[in-house]
Design a protein around this ligand. Structure first.
Ligand code: GLP
Length: 235
């Protein structure tokens, strides 16, 4: 596992965007797995800015997001607002699980099929939850799991409550499974701030622990962790 150490969230955002932008410039076709949350906001801001400054097209880029709340379009709206509306990516290239599907189990199967049809994920970008969750794979999730419906833990609900001012916060979500995430060719995990220090320490210890979902990444041959000073506090 590679560790890239940066000072703060600003440097983390710029570095993550530079890594992805280099790939966008050089590849003929790319499938990105994308996260939401507070951490990647700066990365999306830089990617949007670079697209504009360097007149870089995103028409050859496809995206599949990690997760979405059940009965909600929270992450759809987030992605539109912070990224998709700023670049020229065709709308039929951007994908998120449909949290409003009538049958969420069927939606999980559809989403897995979609990822396969795209030929898999070239680069999966991840954030990390305070309890070590990735996507919405909460502690105790089987490391083989595919896209599935999850019940969110009180700690995750509390950490993400700030995103719900006008709408009641859903307690369930659809998430790519750890098995799905591990099939990505390359993984870039972003961690910023002291709140993530314990999860980062557990991840970099290098031993598997189902109670800390991110430790599954130990099994993947091409993972880069990009962490700021706060997130490295316990190393
Ligand atoms: C949510 C998302 C995760 C994200 C995590 C951390 O639970 N489903 O994908 O990594 O929050 O978010 P933040 O970056 O806001 O700390």
């Amino acid at each position: 596992m590679n560790l890239i150490s940066v000072t703060d969230e600003e440097e983390l955002s710029r570095t993550a965007a530079e890594i992805l932008f280099a790939k966008i410039k050089s590849a003929d076709r790319l499938v990105f797995g994308l996260p939401t949350g507070n951490t990647p906001l700066g990365m999306y801001r830089y990617l949007s800015k670079y697209s504009n400054e360097y007149k870089q097209s995103y028409q050859h880029v496809y995206t599949v997001n990690l997760d979405e709340y059940a009965g909600s379009e929270t992450y759809h709206n987030y992605m539109e607002k912070h990224f998709f509306q700023n670049i020229d990516i065709p709308s039929e290239h951007t994908h998120l699980p449909n949290g409003k599907a009538d049958n969420l189990e069927d939606e999980c199967v559809r989403y897995e099929g979609l990822i396969s049809k795209l030929g898999g994920i070239d680069v999966q970008v991840l954030g990390i939850g305070e309890n070590g969750h990735i996507g919405f794979n909460e502690p105790g999730t089987n490391f083989d799991a595919r896209t599935h419906v999850v019940k969110l833990t009180p700690s995750t609900l509390q950490a993400n409550a700030k995103y719900f001012t006008n709408e009641e916060q859903p307690t369930e979500a659809i998430t790519m499974g750890i098995g799905t995430i591990l099939e990505s060719k390359e993984i870039l995990l972003l961690a910023a701030g002291e709140r993530k220090a314990r999860a980062v320490m557990e991840l970099l210890k290098g031993s598997l622990n189902e109670e800390i979902p991110a430790t599954a990444l130990t099994m993947h041959p091409n993972v880069t962790v990009l962490a700021d000073q706060g997130a490295r506090m316990l190393l």
